[in-house]
Design a binder for this molecule. Structure first.
Ligand code: GAR
Length: 208
């Protein structure tokens, strides 16, 4: 059974999808620590209501970005976390964090990487950009986290149709329902089964 730590900043519906999959016995793991970059994030309530340890760690309370990265890494390391899931986490962490959890951090991004990703593309902004471009298909991507934003090895992707009349909000909801809440728990399951192999920046999913 793996120990999962989560980084959150907001509503935490992706965290919830993972917790639900654990409840259904689909993931051989447990979420044991949830850290939010913001006070009052609803994701904290979702975790606390299940008795999961939570903490708020705000970047502005640290002297430098490196200090913040180090504090977060120390926090998860002290709790023997096997996998860190970025679950709607809106900050970019640097090498002082990412080097310590290489191939043990995953992120969900609400587009088909390499489209609509990188700095500035987060949350609703991603869907605004997709609608502005007029793409007919978008989706979600789960990838390993590296120091370069949204550029780590891709684990799973799922496409979602863009419909006439979509707003950023309706598109976000469809991408969440049809893609994010499906592929994120699936990726955590594959990690827990030790079936993700990374070689030369490419992920291979091993047969059971
Ligand atoms: C989700 O759509 C997630 O993919 C996105 O923010 C939303 C968070 O929702 N994440 C990013 O844009 C990260 N760059 P949630 O808090 O309900 O899971």
């Amino acid at each position: 059974m793996i120990r999962i730590g989560a980084l959150v900043s907001g509503g935490g519906t992706n965290l919830q999808a993972i917790l639900d999959a654990i409840d259904k016995g689909e993931i051989d793991g447990q979420v044991t620590a949830v850290v939010s970059s913001k006070e009052g994030a609803y994701a904290l309530e979702r975790a606390a209501s299940r008795g999961i340890e939570t903490a708020v760690m705000r970047k502005k309370d640290y002297d430098s970005p490196a200090d913040y990265d180090k504090a977060l890494a120390d926090y998860f390391e002290a709790r023997n976390i096997d996998l860190i899931v970025y679950a709607g986490f809106m900050l970019i962490l640097g090498k002082d964090f990412t080097d310590r959890f290489e191939n043990r951090m995953i992120n969900i991004h609400p587009a088909l990487i390499p489209s609509f990703c990188g700095k500035g593309y987060y949350g609703l902004h991603v869907h605004e950009a997709a609608l502005k471009k007029g793409v007919k298909v978008t989706g979600a991507t789960v990838h390993f986290v590296t120091a370069e934003c949204d550029a780590g090895p891709i684990i799973l992707q799922k496409a979602v149709e863009v419909k006439d009349g979509d707003t950023p909000e309706t598109l976000q909801r469809r991408v969440m329902e049809q893609a994010e809440w499906v592929i994120y728990p699936e990726a955590v399951k594959l990690f827990a089964q030790n079936r993700l192999e990374v070689k030369d920046g490419i992920v291979r999913i091993k047969e059971k």
